[in-house]
Design a protein around this ligand. Sequence first.
Ligand code: PMT
Length: 400
Amino acid sequence: MKKTIVLGVTGGIAAFKAAQLTSDLIKKDYDVEVIMTKHATEFIAPLTFESLTKHNVMVSTFEKVADRSVKHISIAKRADLFIIVPATANVIAKIAHGLADDMLTTTFLAASCPKLICPAMNTGMYENPITQNNLKLCRSYGMHILEPASGRLACGDSGKGKLPDIEDIIDKAEELLHTDKPLYGQQVLITAGPTQEALDPVRFLTNHSSGKMGYELARAARDMGAHVTLISGPVSLRLPQDITVIQVKSAQEMMEAVKKEGAQQDIIIKAAAVGDYRAAHISEEKIKKSETELTVTFVKNPDILAMLGERKRPGQLLCGFAMETEDLEENARKKMLEKHCDMLVANNLKVEGAGFQNDTNVATFFYQDKMESLNIMSKRELSFRILETLCSLKENNGGK
Ligand code: PMT
């Protein structure tokens, strides 16, 4: 079932950014209910949020609702997470002291779900000891505060008070949405992205992996409570928060990093698209164009997953991936057995919505004795499915 996020929008210049946040949360398949303060409606029209969420935006506590329910209580009960973006000094002062004089603060007081406050205001207002004390009070009640960023503010001043990046707000929100932490205390290693195999100082051989699958897995494992190490090939994705990221280029570098980190891991997931071959010789100078053909000799790269399979210690779980374009079942089974995986996630590049670059994937899970084909879903949702499956494998057999 979809999780419900109640988004409170208050009257600050950053209110317009709440629309982007709403749109991004909806793309991630959350149900978003927006409550605005009256002042917020001076900065951005409720219609914007209504068009995005397909729900009425609540502003007044006294609006009539069709089913005669007490709206602020029913929304508060349904909320899995309450976010206030932007949170002005005024609303922070109110929620710190339990004031409830409008729809937003009333619903906020009634809600018992995790609460995330994202302050955005002028530096002087933010640094004022009154605001700081109010934030301290909010923290003492268990609310989560995302520190504002520093930079040039709308008022022309420079300093702390900018709304953090939307991606950082979403990262924190998703962490809070997964309070049941089945991977709490577990060490999880994930590899992601492509490798680059140099030919000379200018050129390299690579593949189309964007890293999205592996990065979503890393975020999902973090949100489920794990301590995550992400070994990443060269990608242009934003680095996730609260995850140890080791950046590598070539398959050999990835092999070295995995060797170093692998032993202490409880779960290892190899989502990276590792180059199978590298040039036998990397030219120190740029290879010059000539009139004749260029022949490059490639040698095999180490198979990192196979190495992990050989070294797997009792209790450790190993999940491989297989990227296929034909005979998915036969090839995936073979890879799984040869590389001693506990589970393997296969995707066929020729299936629409699967594989490289997309935000979605279409996967088939292979286990020692069975397989399971899944429908198309977001890479984030698939990541949770993979990790939940690994959790139950761990419960059943300890990964041996
Ligand atoms: O990054 P995205 O754009 O989101 O795309 C996601 C993805 C398509 C890259 C991902 O879903 C995926 O399929 N990853 C595995 C790609 C791959 O290399 O598949 P393979 O069938 O060639 O390799 C099988 C397994 O062996 C993989 O777990 C791979 O990481 C591992 N391997 C392969 C070669 C090698 N030298 N060392 C390895 O460890």
